[in-house]
Design a protein around this ligand. Structure first.
Ligand code: SAH
Length: 388
């Protein structure tokens, strides 16, 4: 049959274990079809469900529906996206920006959809998914009632799928800046040019937590647009918002102004150098946030990344006043939860401080981490207190 894929027993076992991907090496008969939805059969030719088919990718098949009688059409996508949106009901009371679809975790493999006020930003990250662009756009508009949809399809992953990298409007229009409300703080998202889809929505609850515990002299060491710094500034006396990027800090300053916060100082520096210098000067902070970029972008870079994470954490621990709080995070997928904890233990041990775990943190409700799909989880966080 033309639009069917046949997969090995090993390939199918992944599906049965709750993971939606089947790799190229586990496809025993490749569909003679363009990218799109295909019916998948097991080694004995029994139908096993529908999947997105990506002819050029190493991830050949992404499970959509285990029901062989399912029809993957506009209505199907509408149902999936509506179910994902329904899971987030309640978030509107705390923010006007949240993730509506978190890819595989929401049964919509390789699709990300973030809602910023009256607009949506999507990422279509596989060739199979791209074939349903029109259906997805229609479903997003109908479910979220947004005025415009921007595709931030500029991610490197698209190249592996043989897809062009581009930032394009798919529906209506989307402004360059959108004002976000988050626990009564305001900041500007930059959907066209900002990191990810325009802001880091995934740390929302952790920003709030860090803000609640903030006091005295505070430091936000990888501040980007200052979103942690804003939360800290509500309870701390003064905040240093530090970033290596002048542009990011300019936006952070704009965000502080938007909230009438005048106790934030913006410092352009390398966080490694800054932390080392403050330690040398014998300075202290009562609150520190470390939310660095992913140091481990690949598995191979993990050892070097671990040294980096350990160094900033160790220095931050040394800089804390007695009773001081550190919120520390990693968004490297390759740095697993056990490795993250091991790194913190090693840093605490070398710091000479008695560090207590106050909270172990992860992802918010709109970025569900599914146990059987490790790729849906990447944020690890810990709130630590220096006991003496
Ligand atoms: N905490 C932010 C996200 C941080 S993104 C939030 O919740 O919105 C990572 C930021 O770290 C980027 O703005 C980048 O410019 C900055 N950065 C990367 N390497 C750095 C370094 N060595 N020193 C200081 N800032 C750095």
């Amino acid at each position: 049959m033309l639009d069917t894929a046949k997969v090995t027993a090993k390939g199918l076992r992944r599906w049965e274990a709750g993971h939606p991907w089947i790799y190229r090496s586990d496809v025993s008969e490749r569909p003679d079809a363009e990218a799109g939805a295909v019916l998948v059969r097991d080694s004995r030719n029994r139908p096993a469900g529908w999947a997105l088919w990506s002819p050029r990718s190493e991830i050949s098949l992404r499970l959509l529906d285990p029901d062989p009688n399912a029809v993957i059409d506009g209505e199907w996508w509408h149902e999936r996206i509506a179910a994902a949106a329904a899971r987030r009901v309640g978030l509107e009371t705390v923010t006007n920006a949240h993730r509506v679809v978190h890819g595989e975790a929401d049964g919509c493999p390789s699709l990300v959809c973030d809602k910023y006020d009256r607009w949506a930003v999507v990422q279509l990250m596989s060739a199979g998914l791209e074939a349903f662009r029109a259906e997805i756009v229609a479903a997003v508009v109908s479910v979220t009632r947004v005025d415009g949809i921007l595709a931030r399809n500029d991610v490197p992953l698209r190249s592996k799928e043989g897809l062009p990298r581009e930032t394009v409007i798919l529906h209506g229009d989307v402004p360059r800046e959108i004002e976000i409300d988050e626990y009564e703080l305001r900041y500007l998202a930059a959907p066209w040019t900002g990191q990810k889809t325009g802001a880091f929505l995934d740390q929302r609850e952790n920003r709030r937590l860090a803000g609640e515990h903030a006091r005295g002299r505070a430091l936000d060491a990888f501040s980007y647009h200052g979103s942690f710094a804003l939360h800290l500034a509500r309870n701390a006396e003064s905040v240093v918002a530090l970033d290596a990027s002048e542009q990011a800090l300019a936006r952070a300053a704009q965000n502080a102004e938007l909230n009438g916060l005048t106790n934030i100082e913006f410092v352009e520096a390398n966080a490694f150098d800054y932390l080392r210098a403050r330690e040398r000067e014998g300075e202290e902070f009562d609150t520190i946030v470390l939310d660095p970029p992913a140091f481990a972008k690949t598995r191979a870079s993990l050892p070097g990344a671990l040294r980096g994470y350990k160094e900033i954490n160790l220095r931050a621990m040394r800089l804390l006043s007695t009773g001081g709080m550190l919120y520390t995070a990693s968004c490297s997928f390759h740095l697993t939860k056990p490795l993250f904890m091991e790194m913190l233990e090693a840093a605490a041990s070398d710091s000479g401080r008695r560090m207590a775990i106050r909270e172990i943190r992860g992802q918010p409700v709109d970025h569900p981490e599914v146990l059987t799909i490790p790729e849906t989880g990447y944020i690890k966080g810990a709130l630590l207190e220096a006991l003496d």
